[in-house]
Design a protein around this ligand. Structure first.
Ligand SMILES: *Cc1c(COP(=O)(O)O)cnc(C)c1O
Length: 355
């Protein structure tokens, strides 16, 4: 039995992979693989339309929001956003609370003036700064909702009238929030919504209309909107896997349904580790991520033993990111509660052995 705690690409529901593999051999009874099937066909257009519809439904988006499936991963959004929306005479505001957000800042600076409203860099991003002010005249405010590497999460939406932009790569659709508050949301699919190779973008139409002129066509959100995410060949298979995952999510009771399970998983994991003195949780309780739990061991010499134990028991992907060390347990939507139960049972047993 394998328990998949990978940070990304990461676990997908079993039934999604079974159906996706059937479509690789025979897409919807056509006798052709989805890999050899045209994207400008009624059958694939229906895949794209349903995926877009399910995002609108699951996020409860208003009429003014457009859903796009684009190439290039979340990292392309790091520069596509300032390329479109950072105007020369103004400033973009960023919250610097994790490695991914800091990469977004580096890219934005290539296009204009950036103001970092707060940073937790000096503590290796072990917390989320909560006291910050967003300049009222900023073109937009960018932040990362869940810091995948550092294991922190900001579940409340900053209160501002400045257009909000969020990188939700590692917690999109994992808990309820007012997605309509955002001018732009983006998320690489490979953590919570599907396979690598596609990026979800939700953009407000009015905001999109304010983009800079003279953009390369593929970088222009307005062009993607006009062409229904089919400006060029979309990543057909990755979009199909998203569709299957979104259908699965809807069957779980949507965002509210999955939130209940995600809360149970995180509660079980954090409460178990907190009660075992061999483990150390570096992130303050209020900032802890429900998607990626980061921890170390009080006695560093035990870390290798614990990692060996994880390997023996089929617990995959628990080694921490190289920049943080220790361990990281990712509990994305598709991870069942039973995997967290198996992990906490093992952790308790290990702690008793070495106490
Ligand atoms: C994984 C991740 C990224 C990078 O995504 P790519 O699709 O690989 O570019 C960006 N931001 C966050 C928060 C992530 O977790």
């Amino acid at each position: 039995m394998i328990h998949n705690f990978n940070a990304g690409p990461s676990i997908l529901p079993r039934e999604v992979m079974e159906e996706a593999s059937r479509a690789v051999l025979d897409f919807n009874g056509t006798g052709l693989s989805i890999l050899e099937y045209g994207h400008r066909t009624p059958l694939f257009e229906a895949v794209m339309a349903e995926a877009i519809q399910l995002i609108k439904e699951l996020m409860q988006l208003d009429e003014n929001k457009e859903v796009l499936f684009l190439h290039g991963g979340a990292s392309t959004q790091f520069f596509q956003i300032p390329m479109n929306f950072l105007s020369q005479d103004r400033t973009a505001a960023y919250l610097d609370c994790g490695i991914w957000g800091s990469k977004a800042i580096i890219e934005a600076k290539k296009f204009g003036a950036v103001q970092v409203v707060a940073s937790s860099r000096d503590t290796n991003y072990s917390y989320i700064p909560h006291a910050f002010e967003i300049p009222k005249d900023a073109c937009y405010f960018h932040y990362t909702t869940n810091n995948t590497v550092e294991g922190t999460q900001l579940r409340t939406i900053p209160d501002t009238s400045v257009p909000l932009i969020a990188d939700m790569s590692s917690d999109v659709l994992s808990h309820a929030m007012d997605f309509n508050r955002f001018a732009l949301i983006y998320a690489g699919a490979q953590k919570n919504i599907g396979a690598a190779g596609v990026n979800l973008v939700v953009i407000d139409k009015t905001f999109a209309a304010t983009a800079n002129a003279h953009l390369p066509t593929m970088m222009d959100y307005r062009q993607h909107i006009k062409n229904g995410s089919m400006l060029n060949t979309p990543p057909v298979f990755a979009v199909y896997v998203c569709l299957l995952t979104l259908r699965w999510l809807k069957a779980q009771g949507g965002v509210a349904g999955i939130q209940r399970i995600n809360e149970q998983k995180a509660k079980l994991l954090y409460e178990t580790l907190e009660a075992l003195p061999v483990f150390h949780l570096p992130v303050h309780e209020t900032d802890r991520s429900r998607m990626n739990a980061v921890f170390t061991m009080q006695d560093e010499r035990l870390e290798k033993l614990f990692l060996d134990r994880c390997t023996t028991e089929g617990m995959v992907g628990v080694k921490g990111h190289r920049s943080v060390g220790g361990f990281r347990v990712s509990m994305y939507n598709a991870l069942p509660l039973s995997s967290v139960q198996a992990f906490t049972d093992m952790a308790r047993d290990f702690a008793n052995q070495y106490a």
